[in-house]
Design a protein around this ligand. Structure first.
Ligand SMILES: [Zn+2]
Length: 392
Protein backbone atom coordinates (compact mmCIF):
# COMPACT_ATOMS: atom_id res chain seq x y z
CA UNK A 1 0.00 0.00 0.00
CA UNK A 2 1.21 3.50 -0.51
CA UNK A 3 0.86 6.25 1.99
CA UNK A 4 -0.45 9.01 -0.12
CA UNK A 5 -3.40 11.20 0.45
CA UNK A 6 -6.06 8.56 0.48
CA UNK A 7 -4.28 6.26 2.88
CA UNK A 8 -3.31 8.89 5.34
CA UNK A 9 -6.74 10.29 5.51
CA UNK A 10 -7.96 8.51 8.54
CA UNK A 11 -4.78 8.63 10.53
CA UNK A 12 -4.55 12.21 9.61
CA UNK A 13 -7.98 13.12 10.58
CA UNK A 14 -7.27 11.27 13.68
CA UNK A 15 -4.25 13.33 14.46
CA UNK A 16 -6.15 16.45 14.00
CA UNK A 17 -8.86 15.14 16.09
CA UNK A 18 -7.11 13.40 18.73
CA UNK A 19 -3.84 14.91 19.37
CA UNK A 20 -5.39 18.13 19.37
CA UNK A 21 -8.58 18.37 20.99
CA UNK A 22 -8.77 16.61 24.23
CA UNK A 23 -10.46 17.53 27.37
CA UNK A 24 -10.32 20.76 29.12
CA UNK A 25 -12.04 22.62 31.79
CA UNK A 26 -9.58 21.95 34.59
CA UNK A 27 -9.63 19.16 37.12
CA UNK A 28 -9.45 15.46 36.56
CA UNK A 29 -12.32 13.85 34.74
CA UNK A 30 -14.34 11.35 36.79
CA UNK A 31 -14.86 7.74 35.73
CA UNK A 32 -17.91 7.24 33.53
CA UNK A 33 -18.13 10.95 32.74
CA UNK A 34 -20.01 12.23 29.70
CA UNK A 35 -20.74 15.94 29.19
CA UNK A 36 -24.25 17.21 28.71
CA UNK A 37 -25.10 17.55 25.05
CA UNK A 38 -25.94 21.25 25.22
CA UNK A 39 -22.50 22.21 26.60
CA UNK A 40 -19.50 23.24 24.53
CA UNK A 41 -17.76 20.12 25.74
CA UNK A 42 -20.74 18.03 24.70
CA UNK A 43 -20.56 19.55 21.20
CA UNK A 44 -16.87 18.76 21.05
CA UNK A 45 -17.47 15.16 22.07
CA UNK A 46 -20.16 14.86 19.46
CA UNK A 47 -17.72 15.77 16.69
CA UNK A 48 -15.36 13.07 17.89
CA UNK A 49 -18.10 10.51 18.34
CA UNK A 50 -18.86 10.97 14.66
CA UNK A 51 -15.21 10.74 13.71
CA UNK A 52 -14.92 7.58 15.79
CA UNK A 53 -17.90 6.01 14.03
CA UNK A 54 -15.99 6.49 10.75
CA UNK A 55 -12.70 5.37 12.20
CA UNK A 56 -14.18 2.00 13.11
CA UNK A 57 -14.50 1.21 9.42
CA UNK A 58 -11.22 2.73 8.28
CA UNK A 59 -9.24 0.48 5.93
CA UNK A 60 -6.17 1.46 7.93
CA UNK A 61 -7.40 -0.22 11.09
CA UNK A 62 -5.37 -3.18 12.28
CA UNK A 63 -8.13 -5.55 13.23
CA UNK A 64 -6.23 -8.55 14.59
CA UNK A 65 -8.11 -9.52 17.72
CA UNK A 66 -5.19 -10.74 19.77
CA UNK A 67 -3.08 -7.65 19.10
CA UNK A 68 -6.00 -5.35 19.88
CA UNK A 69 -6.71 -7.20 23.10
CA UNK A 70 -3.06 -6.99 24.11
CA UNK A 71 -2.82 -3.20 23.67
CA UNK A 72 -6.26 -2.54 25.12
CA UNK A 73 -5.43 -4.62 28.19
CA UNK A 74 -2.31 -2.53 28.81
CA UNK A 75 -4.32 0.68 28.41
CA UNK A 76 -6.93 -0.71 30.79
CA UNK A 77 -4.40 -1.63 33.46
CA UNK A 78 -3.02 1.88 33.24
CA UNK A 79 -6.41 3.60 33.20
CA UNK A 80 -7.85 1.64 36.14
CA UNK A 81 -11.40 2.73 36.84
CA UNK A 82 -11.39 4.81 33.65
CA UNK A 83 -10.79 1.70 31.54
CA UNK A 84 -14.25 1.57 30.02
CA UNK A 85 -14.18 5.29 29.15
CA UNK A 86 -11.55 4.75 26.47
CA UNK A 87 -11.29 2.82 23.21
CA UNK A 88 -7.98 2.03 21.55
CA UNK A 89 -7.71 1.93 17.74
CA UNK A 90 -4.59 0.48 16.13
CA UNK A 91 -3.93 2.17 12.80
CA UNK A 92 -1.59 1.13 10.01
CA UNK A 93 0.23 4.42 9.58
CA UNK A 94 4.03 4.29 9.52
CA UNK A 95 4.80 7.28 11.73
CA UNK A 96 5.42 7.46 15.44
CA UNK A 97 2.27 8.80 16.96
CA UNK A 98 -0.51 8.17 19.41
CA UNK A 99 -3.40 10.48 19.99
CA UNK A 100 -6.22 10.92 22.43
CA UNK A 101 -9.53 12.58 21.63
CA UNK A 102 -11.67 14.27 24.27
CA UNK A 103 -14.30 11.52 24.07
CA UNK A 104 -11.82 8.76 24.92
CA UNK A 105 -10.97 7.65 21.37
CA UNK A 106 -7.29 6.75 21.40
CA UNK A 107 -5.26 5.98 18.31
CA UNK A 108 -1.99 4.13 18.26
CA UNK A 109 -0.17 4.14 14.94
CA UNK A 110 1.82 1.19 13.66
CA UNK A 111 4.93 3.37 13.41
CA UNK A 112 4.82 3.59 17.19
CA UNK A 113 4.40 -0.17 17.60
CA UNK A 114 7.41 -0.73 15.36
CA UNK A 115 9.55 1.54 17.51
CA UNK A 116 8.71 0.28 21.00
CA UNK A 117 11.39 -2.01 22.38
CA UNK A 118 9.25 -3.47 25.11
CA UNK A 119 5.87 -3.38 26.79
CA UNK A 120 6.91 -0.72 29.30
CA UNK A 121 7.69 1.72 26.48
CA UNK A 122 4.29 1.17 24.93
CA UNK A 123 2.74 1.63 28.38
CA UNK A 124 4.63 4.93 28.72
CA UNK A 125 3.06 6.34 25.56
CA UNK A 126 -0.40 5.00 26.39
CA UNK A 127 -0.11 6.41 29.92
CA UNK A 128 0.85 9.80 28.52
CA UNK A 129 -2.18 9.86 26.23
CA UNK A 130 -4.45 8.73 29.04
CA UNK A 131 -3.00 11.64 31.00
CA UNK A 132 -4.28 14.06 28.33
CA UNK A 133 -7.71 12.48 28.66
CA UNK A 134 -7.84 12.50 32.44
CA UNK A 135 -6.77 16.13 32.60
CA UNK A 136 -9.16 17.16 29.80
CA UNK A 137 -6.41 18.93 27.92
CA UNK A 138 -8.29 19.12 24.61
CA UNK A 139 -11.14 20.98 26.15
CA UNK A 140 -8.70 23.42 27.70
CA UNK A 141 -7.09 23.97 24.33
CA UNK A 142 -10.45 24.37 22.66
CA UNK A 143 -11.51 26.93 25.22
CA UNK A 144 -8.31 28.90 24.70
CA UNK A 145 -8.91 28.74 21.00
CA UNK A 146 -12.42 30.05 20.89
CA UNK A 147 -11.50 33.63 20.29
CA UNK A 148 -9.35 33.19 17.25
CA UNK A 149 -9.37 31.77 13.79
CA UNK A 150 -7.99 28.47 15.05
CA UNK A 151 -11.50 27.49 15.99
CA UNK A 152 -12.65 27.76 12.42
CA UNK A 153 -9.61 25.80 11.28
CA UNK A 154 -10.19 23.22 13.94
CA UNK A 155 -13.85 22.72 13.22
CA UNK A 156 -13.15 22.54 9.50
CA UNK A 157 -10.62 19.80 10.04
CA UNK A 158 -12.78 17.96 12.54
CA UNK A 159 -15.81 18.01 10.28
CA UNK A 160 -13.81 17.01 7.21
CA UNK A 161 -12.35 14.16 9.22
CA UNK A 162 -15.69 13.11 10.63
CA UNK A 163 -17.22 13.07 7.19
CA UNK A 164 -14.27 11.39 5.56
CA UNK A 165 -13.04 14.64 4.01
CA UNK A 166 -9.65 15.34 2.55
CA UNK A 167 -6.51 15.79 4.58
CA UNK A 168 -3.38 13.84 4.10
CA UNK A 169 0.43 13.67 3.49
CA UNK A 170 3.12 14.24 6.07
CA UNK A 171 3.46 18.06 5.80
CA UNK A 172 -0.30 18.26 6.22
CA UNK A 173 -0.14 16.14 9.32
CA UNK A 174 2.65 18.24 10.76
CA UNK A 175 0.78 21.46 10.07
CA UNK A 176 -2.32 20.17 11.78
CA UNK A 177 -0.37 18.81 14.69
CA UNK A 178 1.16 22.27 15.09
CA UNK A 179 -2.17 24.02 15.18
CA UNK A 180 -3.50 21.72 17.83
CA UNK A 181 -0.39 21.00 19.82
CA UNK A 182 -0.84 20.83 23.55
CA UNK A 183 0.98 23.40 25.60
CA UNK A 184 4.32 22.61 27.16
CA UNK A 185 2.62 22.63 30.54
CA UNK A 186 0.01 20.14 29.41
CA UNK A 187 2.67 17.86 27.98
CA UNK A 188 4.57 17.95 31.25
CA UNK A 189 1.40 17.19 33.14
CA UNK A 190 0.55 14.26 30.83
CA UNK A 191 4.10 12.93 31.26
CA UNK A 192 3.75 13.09 35.04
CA UNK A 193 0.37 11.34 35.00
CA UNK A 194 1.71 8.76 32.56
CA UNK A 195 4.65 7.90 34.84
CA UNK A 196 2.39 7.52 37.83
CA UNK A 197 0.00 5.25 35.92
CA UNK A 198 2.98 3.18 34.74
CA UNK A 199 4.34 2.70 38.23
CA UNK A 200 0.89 1.88 39.63
CA UNK A 201 0.47 -0.77 36.94
CA UNK A 202 3.89 -2.27 37.80
CA UNK A 203 5.95 -0.97 34.85
CA UNK A 204 9.54 0.24 34.91
CA UNK A 205 9.24 4.04 34.59
CA UNK A 206 12.80 4.51 33.27
CA UNK A 207 11.51 3.12 29.96
CA UNK A 208 9.46 6.29 29.46
CA UNK A 209 12.66 8.25 28.92
CA UNK A 210 14.12 5.50 26.77
CA UNK A 211 11.54 5.79 24.03
CA UNK A 212 12.25 9.51 23.63
CA UNK A 213 15.97 8.79 23.45
CA UNK A 214 15.27 6.40 20.62
CA UNK A 215 13.23 9.00 18.77
CA UNK A 216 15.93 11.62 19.19
CA UNK A 217 18.57 9.24 17.83
CA UNK A 218 16.34 8.39 14.92
CA UNK A 219 15.53 11.97 14.09
CA UNK A 220 19.20 13.00 14.28
CA UNK A 221 20.22 10.14 12.01
CA UNK A 222 17.90 11.52 9.35
CA UNK A 223 19.16 15.11 9.51
CA UNK A 224 22.25 16.79 8.18
CA UNK A 225 24.38 18.61 10.73
CA UNK A 226 22.94 21.88 9.50
CA UNK A 227 19.39 20.69 9.91
CA UNK A 228 20.17 19.35 13.35
CA UNK A 229 21.22 22.83 14.45
CA UNK A 230 18.08 24.36 13.04
CA UNK A 231 15.42 23.96 15.67
CA UNK A 232 12.70 24.67 13.15
CA UNK A 233 13.44 21.47 11.28
CA UNK A 234 10.57 19.46 12.64
CA UNK A 235 9.53 17.04 10.01
CA UNK A 236 7.97 14.57 12.38
CA UNK A 237 4.36 14.60 13.31
CA UNK A 238 5.16 13.78 16.86
CA UNK A 239 7.99 16.25 17.32
CA UNK A 240 5.91 18.95 15.73
CA UNK A 241 3.23 18.57 18.34
CA UNK A 242 5.36 17.68 21.35
CA UNK A 243 8.02 20.03 22.66
CA UNK A 244 11.77 19.60 23.17
CA UNK A 245 12.32 15.85 23.26
CA UNK A 246 15.76 16.10 24.83
CA UNK A 247 14.47 18.13 27.79
CA UNK A 248 11.61 15.77 28.06
CA UNK A 249 13.71 12.62 28.12
CA UNK A 250 15.87 14.17 30.81
CA UNK A 251 12.91 15.28 32.92
CA UNK A 252 11.30 11.86 32.63
CA UNK A 253 14.52 10.10 33.58
CA UNK A 254 14.85 12.30 36.68
CA UNK A 255 11.26 11.73 37.71
CA UNK A 256 11.52 8.00 37.07
CA UNK A 257 14.61 7.82 39.27
CA UNK A 258 12.65 9.38 42.13
CA UNK A 259 10.36 6.34 42.35
CA UNK A 260 11.61 3.72 44.80
CA UNK A 261 13.44 0.85 43.11
CA UNK A 262 11.99 -2.62 42.84
CA UNK A 263 11.27 -5.42 40.45
CA UNK A 264 9.20 -3.90 37.70
CA UNK A 265 7.90 -5.01 34.32
CA UNK A 266 9.96 -4.15 31.23
CA UNK A 267 8.54 -6.93 29.06
CA UNK A 268 10.87 -7.29 26.04
CA UNK A 269 9.89 -10.91 25.40
CA UNK A 270 6.18 -10.53 25.74
CA UNK A 271 6.15 -7.42 23.60
CA UNK A 272 8.08 -9.23 20.89
CA UNK A 273 5.72 -12.21 21.14
CA UNK A 274 2.81 -9.91 20.26
CA UNK A 275 4.50 -7.61 17.77
CA UNK A 276 6.45 -10.23 15.81
CA UNK A 277 3.56 -11.29 13.57
CA UNK A 278 3.07 -7.69 12.39
CA UNK A 279 6.64 -6.48 12.22
CA UNK A 280 7.35 -7.62 8.67
CA UNK A 281 4.42 -5.56 7.39
CA UNK A 282 5.26 -2.59 9.59
CA UNK A 283 8.87 -2.72 8.39
CA UNK A 284 7.76 -2.86 4.75
CA UNK A 285 5.68 0.27 5.36
CA UNK A 286 8.66 1.91 7.03
CA UNK A 287 10.94 1.03 4.08
CA UNK A 288 8.53 2.71 1.68
CA UNK A 289 9.35 6.01 3.40
CA UNK A 290 12.93 5.74 2.05
CA UNK A 291 14.41 7.14 5.26
CA UNK A 292 17.09 4.48 5.49
CA UNK A 293 19.39 6.15 8.02
CA UNK A 294 16.53 6.45 10.44
CA UNK A 295 15.30 2.94 9.79
CA UNK A 296 18.75 1.62 10.70
CA UNK A 297 18.42 3.28 14.12
CA UNK A 298 15.10 1.51 14.68
CA UNK A 299 16.74 -1.78 13.74
CA UNK A 300 19.71 -1.24 16.07
CA UNK A 301 17.25 -0.71 18.91
CA UNK A 302 15.47 -3.95 18.02
CA UNK A 303 18.79 -5.78 18.25
CA UNK A 304 19.45 -4.29 21.69
CA UNK A 305 16.01 -5.26 22.99
CA UNK A 306 16.17 -8.88 21.81
CA UNK A 307 19.78 -9.88 21.03
CA UNK A 308 18.97 -13.42 19.85
CA UNK A 309 16.31 -12.28 17.38
CA UNK A 310 17.14 -12.93 13.71
CA UNK A 311 14.53 -10.56 12.25
CA UNK A 312 16.40 -7.28 12.84
CA UNK A 313 19.36 -8.60 10.84
CA UNK A 314 17.02 -9.57 8.04
CA UNK A 315 15.50 -6.05 8.17
CA UNK A 316 18.99 -4.60 8.02
CA UNK A 317 19.59 -6.65 4.89
CA UNK A 318 16.39 -5.27 3.43
CA UNK A 319 17.43 -1.68 4.14
CA UNK A 320 20.81 -2.10 2.43
CA UNK A 321 19.31 -4.02 -0.47
CA UNK A 322 16.73 -1.28 -1.00
CA UNK A 323 19.25 1.56 -0.65
CA UNK A 324 21.76 -0.18 -2.93
CA UNK A 325 24.36 2.53 -2.55
CA UNK A 326 28.07 1.77 -2.93
CA UNK A 327 28.90 -1.34 -0.96
CA UNK A 328 25.36 -1.85 0.27
CA UNK A 329 25.01 -5.19 -1.52
CA UNK A 330 27.87 -6.59 0.56
CA UNK A 331 26.37 -5.14 3.71
CA UNK A 332 23.01 -6.67 2.87
CA UNK A 333 24.61 -10.06 2.21
CA UNK A 334 26.37 -9.94 5.61
CA UNK A 335 23.18 -8.98 7.39
CA UNK A 336 21.14 -11.80 5.81
CA UNK A 337 23.95 -14.20 6.67
CA UNK A 338 23.88 -13.09 10.30
CA UNK A 339 20.11 -13.62 10.43
CA UNK A 340 20.61 -17.16 9.14
CA UNK A 341 23.32 -17.80 11.74
CA UNK A 342 20.80 -16.92 14.43
CA UNK A 343 17.95 -18.81 12.80
CA UNK A 344 18.74 -21.22 9.99
CA UNK A 345 15.05 -21.43 9.09
CA UNK A 346 14.81 -17.70 8.32
CA UNK A 347 13.41 -18.15 4.82
CA UNK A 348 13.00 -14.46 3.99
CA UNK A 349 16.74 -13.97 4.40
CA UNK A 350 17.30 -16.59 1.68
CA UNK A 351 14.92 -14.63 -0.50
CA UNK A 352 17.02 -11.49 0.01
CA UNK A 353 20.22 -13.41 -0.77
CA UNK A 354 18.62 -14.77 -3.93
CA UNK A 355 17.67 -11.30 -5.12
CA UNK A 356 21.18 -10.00 -4.45
CA UNK A 357 22.77 -12.84 -6.44
CA UNK A 358 20.28 -12.36 -9.23
CA UNK A 359 21.05 -8.66 -9.34
CA UNK A 360 24.76 -9.51 -9.61
CA UNK A 361 24.06 -11.90 -12.50
CA UNK A 362 24.93 -15.02 -10.48
CA UNK A 363 21.99 -17.09 -11.63
CA UNK A 364 22.98 -20.43 -10.14
CA UNK A 365 23.60 -19.03 -6.69
CA UNK A 366 20.38 -17.09 -6.95
CA UNK A 367 18.41 -20.21 -7.86
CA UNK A 368 19.92 -22.13 -4.94
CA UNK A 369 18.95 -19.37 -2.48
CA UNK A 370 15.44 -19.07 -3.91
CA UNK A 371 14.96 -22.83 -3.56
CA UNK A 372 15.86 -22.56 0.11
CA UNK A 373 13.35 -19.76 0.46
CA UNK A 374 10.52 -21.67 -1.18
CA UNK A 375 11.27 -24.74 0.89
CA UNK A 376 11.20 -22.76 4.14
CA UNK A 377 8.20 -20.61 3.20
CA UNK A 378 5.93 -22.96 1.26
CA UNK A 379 3.01 -20.52 1.21
CA UNK A 380 5.10 -17.55 0.04
CA UNK A 381 2.96 -14.88 -1.61
CA UNK A 382 5.51 -14.41 -4.38
CA UNK A 383 5.98 -18.14 -4.98
CA UNK A 384 5.02 -18.02 -8.67
CA UNK A 385 7.36 -15.16 -9.43
CA UNK A 386 10.23 -16.76 -7.54
CA UNK A 387 9.61 -20.09 -9.26
CA UNK A 388 9.92 -18.33 -12.58
CA UNK A 389 13.36 -17.07 -11.47
CA UNK A 390 14.41 -20.57 -10.50
CA UNK A 391 13.07 -22.02 -13.71
CA UNK A 392 11.15 -24.63 -11.76
ZN1 LIG B 1 1.11 14.67 24.46
Amino acid sequence: MDFTRRHLLCGCAATALTGCVSQGGGGQIRAGYAPSLDSAEGGLWEIFNKAEADLKFSPLRMTDEELNRYVTDIACRLAGKHCTDMRVYLMRTPFFNATMAPNGMMQVWSGLLLRCQNEAQLAAVLGHEIGHYLKRHSLQRFEQMRDNSSVAAFLGIAIAAAGGGALANLPGLVAIANIFAFSREQEREADGVGLELMVNAGYEPVQAAEIWRGLIAERDAGLTLEERQDQKQQRDVFFASHPAPADRAQALALQAAAYPGGKRIVGEDRYLAQARAFRDTMMQDELRLHQYDRTLVIIERMKTANPGDADPFYYEGEVYRARNDGIDSGRAMNAYGRALELDETHGLSWRGIGILHRRAGKQEKAAAAFRQYLELVPDAEDRLMIQSYVGA
